[in-house]
Design a binder for this molecule. Structure first.
Ligand code: GLC
Length: 735
């Protein structure tokens, strides 16, 4: 094994030594020539601060001393102008070569103005709005010492048991690729050396969302076809978007941990995709190759990590302790270390840190939580809400309402709605649900409130009071669901219902035969099958962020017509998981007719409760006239797909028109549907529009039997509609 690694790294290094004309590369070379081996290794080291802990605690270190000696290249979880300036000063005024530090932080969905969790934002299908959220987050973070965010998380996730579904864009790799590009552009701005530009980080490379049983950090064992076709696409898109850095994932893929994977990091990321940035490990993931059983000890972990091109060691200090000696004893070729150092220095030069090391330490902090930032957070939260049920038009509520009853632990809550990975978001700045409704209805409205139960649903001592106040109401707004800290890293769940006590409270209130509106908080798809018939409306608000209360009030009282569409499937039963819309047909597909020998369960349907792309509106959009520009498509053609859409309801609103294709036959089996285009259209009541959506051959390419992305001639179906199940169909042939 070792000789294979050394052979590959030699070949790889030969391919890297071609002289570059890029002025930044020349600056890097000049600096490299002055660096000692110890100082080079220093650039590969990232230390954690303990202001915010996002991983297993690391023994205290003497950061200042190591920075002064040039043994640290980056720190994470240090925030604020004060702290970052103090440490940067040591690096650039007291160390020998004055190489600036890079300060990284998890600015996942906002810095201090917190936006809805990423899975919520993805429900908006508004790429520009998501880009703007990332831009605002960068403006706030870069004004407070941060030059690098460990975002966007671009892991495709099909398993609601996995707690980190909250952090990504859901189950589809095409849509996830577009969301990744939007967020990277938002963080990095027009160019990395921009005043408020921060380096983005595509994570977690790769296939972290495919953890077996949805259990965080668990084994991933998937085919190369699934890896390429589903999990790698958003990462490839991130490289195309110019992302500055990547982060390796904790998991192994088919026996090889990502931090030690030459195949992933060197062959695919750098070799095939031409990625020029640097890779940081995840917290301790270099050392964790020992626990994986892929390295015998920290020395072998260091060899495997640096050979695989995992450039920066987050927190494990394995590089710090062993790399210098390994190079001196010729067990690691110094050229490998040089390559990693070059990639890191290049990003620091591109960020402008050598021109102004204090670039992020002294900016105007009045931008933080500014009114425009809050306004965008409010609009984003409203756009992220998904109306799952509204059969008897229980919603919208009238602003003339004189009396309203609010029940549930989320009504007054200010922390949980920020969701996990909420950076420096604070409950002090959050608008709670009751505050949002009071502000909407004014002081004259009578608002009755009862907590009813606690977040865990274990305390039903409040049921009695809740039932009492509900008796005197016409409409009840129930604020229940999964608290923000039940999803996120290492928050996998086997039971993906809302807390049992919450379901019980709904059953008790149902007995009153009053109108019940459920405002549902969650960081993942929940199993709602049992409670769905017991409530009249369900508004999924996810974890809506700093302005959640105002945004939910905007939707409840029709100041915003809900337009959210699911980017992840809501299962009918947890036993179906993983369940997703782009499933394969199998040799014995379930058909509508009764069928004995078909792929099915004997105790549940195959279909989900709510499918990918699903969401209701306060109005009705009618689709008609699906037409194709041609029934035959050449390899160089663009096929135009036309559809009429009419707002036949009484509310203006936004519809997300979705286009899926089905490649009927391939050199490998193909999914029943694949999202390949979508567009959003705002229509007033009675307004009608003819829309045109394109299908390009590039869209049809897939990782085929020949181990390459290519489009294969044959028959295709096109589906256009309001979600992945409810749509109109046409056919064409690719020749
Ligand atoms: C965590 C997460 C990663 C995060 C990093 C730094 O363990 O897996 O997403 O960016 O550590 O906080």
């Amino acid at each position: 094994m070792k000789h294979v690694l050394l052979i590959f790294s030699a070949i790889y290094l030969l391919s890297c030594t071609s002289p570059s004309k890029d002025p930044i590369d020349e600056k890097v070379e000049i600096l490299m020539k002055q660096m000692t081996l110890e100082e080079k290794v220093g650039q590969l080291i990232q230390y954690p601060s303990h202001e915010v802990n996002t991983g297993p605690t690391v023994k205290n270190t003497n950061e200042a001393e190591d920075i002064r000696n040039g043994y640290v290249g980056s720190l994470l979880n240090v925030t604020g102008n004060e702290s970052t300036r103090q440490l940067q000063k040591i690096a650039v005024e007291e160390s020998r070569l004055k190489i600036p530090l890079l300060f990284g932080f998890d600015v996942i969905h906002g810095y201090k103005t917190i936006f809805p969790i990423p899975l919520a934002e993805a429900s908006s299908w508004d790429l520009e709005a998501m880009e703007k959220s990332a831009r605002i987050a960068a403006i706030e973070a870069s004004s407070d010492g941060i030059g690098w965010t460990f975002a966007p998380m671009v892991d495709v996730a099909r398993d609601a048991r996995w707690g980190r579904v909250m952090e990504g864009a859901g189950e589809d790799s095409y849509y996830g690729s577009l969301v990744a590009k939007a967020r990277i552009k938002g963080f990095q701005g027009e160019s990395l050396n921009g005043k408020n530009s921060i380096a983005a980080c595509a994570k977690h490379f790769a296939a972290y969302g495919a953890a077996e049983s949805g259990r965080d950090y668990n084994t991933v064992d998937i085919s190369e076809n699934v890896l390429r076709e589903i999990y790698l696409r958003p990462f490839k898109a991130s490289v195309e978007a110019g992302v500055a850095t990547f982060m390796n994932s904790f998991n192994e893929i088919s026996g090889v941990p990502s931090s030690g994977s030459i195949f992933l990091n060197q062959q695919i990321l750098r070799g095939e995709w031409g990625f020029k940035g640097f890779i940081v490990s995840d917290w301790n993931s270099v050392t964790e190759m020992i626990s994986h059983g892929f390295a015998a000890d920290p020395i072998e972990a260091a060899i495997k990590g640096i050979t695989a091109g995992c450039d920066m060691d987050m927190c494990s200090k394995t590089y710090r302790k062993h790399l210098v000696e390994l190079v001196k004893s010729k067990k690691v070729n110094e050229k490998l270390v040089d390559e990693s150092v070059r990639r890191i220095l290049r990003i620091k030069f591109m960020l402008g840190l050598f021109d102004d090391p204090y670039k992020y330490c002294n900016n105007d902090s009045t931008v933080i939580l500014s009114a425009p930032h809050r306004q965008h957070a409010r609009e984003m939260a409203a756009k992220s809400c998904v109306l799952l049920k509204n059969e008897v038009k229980a919603l919208p509520l009238s602003k003339e309402l004189k009396k309203i009853t609010l029940i549930g632990p989320f009504v007054e809550e200010k922390i949980s709605p920020l969701g996990n990975w909420a950076a420096l978001g604070s409950g002090v700045n959050t608008v709670s649900l009751i505050e949002g409704i009071k502000s909407k209805l004014g002081e004259n409205a009578i608002i009755s409130y009862a907590k009813g139960t606690d977040f865990n649903g274990t305390d039903n001592s409040g049921f009695k009071q809740a039932i009492e106040i509900a008796k005197t109401s016409d409409a009840i707004v129930l604020a229940l669901g999964e608290p923000g800290w039940w999803s996120g890293e290492n928050k996998s769940r086997t039971n993906i219902h809302m807390p049992a006590g919450h379901e019980q409270l709904i059953k008790e209130l149902r007995k009153l035969k009053k109108t019940i509106i459920l405002v549902l908080y969650s960081g993942r798809p929940l199993i709602l099958t049992e409670i769905e018939p017991l409530v009249d409306a369900i508004l999924l608000v996810w974890q809506p962020g700093t302005e959640g209360g105002n945004a939910i009030a905007d939707v409840l009282f029709n100041d915003y017509n809900p337009s959210g569409r699911l980017s992840i499937t809501f299962p009918y039963h947890a036993g179906q998981v993983p369940i997703y819309y782009n499933y394969k047909n199998t040799g014995r597909p379930l058909t509508d007719e009764k069928c004995e020998w078909c792929t099915k369960y004997i105790d549940a349907p195959n279909k989900p409760l709510y499918p990918f792309g699903y969401g209701l509106s306060y109005t009705q959009f009618d689709y008609s006239g699906l037409q194709l520009s041609s029934e035959v498509m050449g390899m160089k053609d663009t096929l135009k797909v036309f559809i009429n859409i009419k707002n036949s309801g009484v509310n203006a609103g936004t519809e997300t028109v979705q286009l899926y294709i089905r490649d009927i036959t391939g050199s490998l089996t193909r999914p029943m549907k694949e999202l390949k285009n979508f567009t959003q259209v705002y229509l007033k009541p009675g307004e009608e529009k003819k829309l045109s959506l394109d299908i390009n051959v590039k869209d049809i390419e897939y990782w085929s039997y020949g181990n390459e992305y290519k489009a294969e001639p044959g028959k295709f179906e096109v589906f256009v509609g309001r979600n992945s199940i409810d749509n109109q169909k046409a056919s064409f042939e690719l020749k």
